[in-house]
Design a binder for this molecule. Structure first.
Ligand code: XIL
Length: 450
């Protein structure tokens, strides 16, 4: 009896606990807690619609879907403010292309409505007009490509003429090619490129008069005095700049003069023979030969190497203070799909704008395989590259028009990119694949221009 009555007490206690917890939530079944759905990524994204998806909620009878064009859900898509849906997805149609949409969802059971789910953001895809090209989509700046004189025919010719408004010679307007020995010049390849541009009404950016990596041996081993060396450099610059006067709009006068990390001047033969002020002298030689040509200083790691960036801007400020001619800066931008960050690129670009100089994104290519984890271009990586190309275009587009000179990509088709040899591994850094087909990257570029 004693044991039984103990059990009854326990039972009573347990029952009262259950009752208490029931009455705590009102005691009626209608008022149980209804979980919020988990909104899932949109699928079937096209230029005119997408499917919104979410997870099932226990006891939910239907769902309320919000679709907005702003992240704060103040502007709803017509018909999509708390739209009742009984499925776990909803196809939304008749949308605009290349527009961002946001959705969230709540579960409903009787009169109970759950909290909002997480929100999902998506951008409908971009459907280009077939006549739209890179160059005719750009009002603010030139669209450039680096090329070689042996590849001005067939598909190359067709794409250069269709898409690009500026050309840079990938290596044939460097000193080792144009001035191969002390008493000879070879302007064959450079002339072919400049003539091609002239025939087709395309701008030419000259690249590059002085670069430590394209110094011919005879210059490194020059036998004369320092003054004779300087006179020789002045003669070379004057000859080349005069030859292309009126045909080449801009020159990278000196390329990559600063060391990585330290920001010190590279101890090139030019510095050894002409002194620390050799850069300024070269800019003055070019200006004397052509009063109208635009003078650029060009370098890499201008975003990621803060020390180098500071050194370059100190040089520029010194030039401005001393009236040494300089019109613009080239950021090479051999970058990666995930690096550098947009804000860091914008901050570096702003320094060019602050000095009222021209900005040239001069050698853009975007590696997708820096860690060598791909054997072919995956869809994910391709879309990440597309987004980065779009971002780069948007950055240049967002600065004042008078400061934006050009965006030049460093090559046309992936399999011919210099990066493959340079890093000794596979990559797909450009806008066109090896069959001359437009990649996602191309469409990202085009979207950025809209
Ligand atoms: C590279 C070319 O792409 C190669 O074909 C050539 O062999 C070496 O130079 N920074 C520059 C460019 O300023 O001139 C370089 O171009 C790539 C790095």
């Amino acid at each position: 009896m004693k044991r039984l009555s103990g059990f009854s007490i326990w039972l009573l206690f347990a029952c009262s606990l259950i009752m208490a917890s029931c009455s705590g939530s009102g005691g009626s079944e209608e008022e149980f807690e209804l979980g919020a759905p988990i909104a899932k990524q949109a699928t079937d994204i096209t230029s005119s619609g997408f499917t919104a998806n979410w997870s099932r909620v226990y006891k939910a009878e239907s769902y309320l879907l919000d679709v907005a064009t702003d992240i704060d859900f103040t502007t709803f898509l017509s018909g999509y403010k708390s739209k009742a849906v009984s499925n776990l997805n909803e196809e939304i149609t008749n949308l605009d292309g290349n527009v961002s949409y946001y959705y969230r969802v709540r579960a409903v059971s009787g009169s109970i409505v759950s909290d909002n789910s997480n929100l999902i953001e998506l951008t409908t895809s971009f459907e280009p007009d077939p006549d739209q090209t890179l160059k005719n989509s750009s009002d603010n700046f030139l669209i450039g490509v680096a090329l070689q004189s042996s590849k001005l025919n067939g598909n190359y010719d067709e794409i250069y003429k269709r898409e690009f408004s500026s050309l840079t010679s990938e290596y044939e307007m460097k000193m080792n090619v144009m001035h191969p020995s002390q008493d000879s010049y070879d302007f064959g390849p450079a002339d072919a490129i400049v003539d091609y541009a002239q025939e087709n009404g395309i701008n030419v950016h000259g690249h590059s008069l002085i670069w430590h990596n394209s110094t011919p041996d005879w210059v490194t081993n020059f036998q004369g005095s320092d003054q004779e060396f300087e006179d020789m450099i002045e003669g070379y610059i004057t000859t080349v700049v005069t030859r292309y006067k009126g045909k080449v709009t801009s020159w990278d006068v000196v390329n990559e003069a600063f060391e990585d990390g330290s920001g010190n001047l590279r101890n090139s033969i030019y510095r050894q023979r002409m002194g620390d002020d050799y850069i300024a002298k070269c800019y003055q030689f070019v200006r004397a030969a052509d009063p109208d040509v635009l003078l650029f200083y060009n370098d890499y790691s201008m975003v990621s190497d803060q020390t180098k960036q500071n050194a370059v801007f100190s040089m520029v400020d010194d030039f401005i203070a001393r009236d040494i001619p300089i019109d613009g800066l080239g950021f090479q931008l051999h970058i990666q799909y995930d690096y550098p960050a947009k804000a860091d690129i914008e901050a570096a670009v702003q320094k060019v704008v602050d000095r009222d100089l021209l900005m040239h994104f001069s050698e853009l290519d975007i590696r997708v395989n820096p860690n060598n984890d791909l054997t072919s271009l995956s869809q994910d990586r391709s879309l990440a590259q597309k987004a980065k190309y779009k971002e780069m275009v948007e950055i240049l587009k967002s600065i004042p028009e008078e400061n934006a000179y050009a965006l030049t990509v460093w090559g046309l088709v992936d399999n011919e990119s210099w990066l493959i040899n340079f890093h000794g591994q596979q990559d797909w850094p450009l806008l066109f694949d090896s069959n001359f087909e437009k990649k996602d990257a191309y469409y990202g570029f085009l979207e950025g221009l809209q």
